[in-house]
Write a new protein. Structure first.
Lengths: 155, 122
């Protein structure tokens, strides 16, 4: 890839980072009966929402995403920007520009990110199962301890 | 053991949900809830677990649906640009639910399997 291609990718990446900050800088979850605590977007939200799996370090200058990643992230960001027409249009623009510079060798390279994300979710659900079982065992253990104390106390 | 449970719970949040303030609160209160388990604490534990499971399920569905959208995009890009990649097959088992009983209440835990992807080139 020539320096012109790299320049274009860096320019698109910068635009993408700026728009994402604009998108995530606002409250994106309103309080609901299910989630009464208002949840605010944070630096971690893109990962939690499956929007971006490899976020470049802030210290990395300039921001850089390869075009296939930019294309995919911009598609997701477009869907997350519903109701924010101007932002959605700008993400759509990035997506179109990134698509033109994707080459065949890198087209499917984002698969590893999806694989990581799915494995991460699978691990998280296994951990929740494990934790749930531990809570149950812990409470049983405490109840048994309490019963033994009562028995000793009351004879 | 309360410590072990609380720290395992915290690790789960490190994986997926650092931004969810309500759930982080639950995570930090968990040790106390377990140590002082009564009717109210029991209800809070069950409600918290249900919220986490629901969040995990919705994130999983979101990731899998964006994964499929991405697959259809690369198929279209390959065809529009005349790339040699001409077929992409995906086998994904549906998300199944496994029930775990906590404090006498069932908690439905989603079970997610990895998709199998194969790509053919001309």
């Amino acid at each position: 890839m020539g320096s012109e291609g790299v320049f274009k990718e860096v320019e698109l990446s910068k635009r993408f980072v700026g728009l994402t900050e604009e998108l995530l800088g606002e409250e994106i979850f309103a309080p609901s009966p299910m989630f009464p605590t208002a949840m605010f977007a944070t630096a971690y939200m893109p990962k939690a929402m499956g929007m971006s799996f490899r976020v470049p370090e802030r210290a990395m200058k300039p921001a850089y995403y390869p075009p296939e990643v930019l294309y995919d992230l911009a598609s997701i960001a477009t869907s997350l920007s519903s109701g924010k027409t101007v932002l959605a249009k700008q993400f759509e623009e990035i997506k179109k520009e990134a698509e033109v510079i994707i080459d065949e060798s890198s087209l499917v390279s984002r698969y590893a990110d999806y694989q990581d994300a799915i494995v991460g979710m699978s691990t998280a659900t296994e951990m929740i199962k494990d934790v749930s079982e531990k809570i149950d065992a812990e409470v049983d253990h405490r109840r048994e301890g309490g019963n033994r104390k009562n028995k000793r106390f009351f004879g | 053991m309360g410590e072990v449970v609380a720290s395992a719970f915290k690790r789960v949040f490190d994986v997926v949900a650092k931004g969810y303030n309500g759930l982080m609160e639950f995570s930090s209160q968990l040790k106390e809830l377990i140590e002082n388990v009564g009717r109210r604490a029991k209800e809070e534990i069950i409600a918290g677990l249900h919220r986490i499971v629901q969040m995990l399920s919705s994130l999983s569905v979101r990731i899998i649906s964006t994964f499929f959208a991405w697959l259809s995009s690369i198929k279209r890009i390959a065809s529009d640009r005349g790339f040699t990649m001409n077929e992409i097959n995906v086998k994904l088992n549906p998300i199944t639910i496994e029930k775990v009983t906590v404090l006498g209440f069932p908690i439905p835990i989603p079970k997610i399997s990895m998709p199998e992807v194969s790509i053919k080139f001309v």
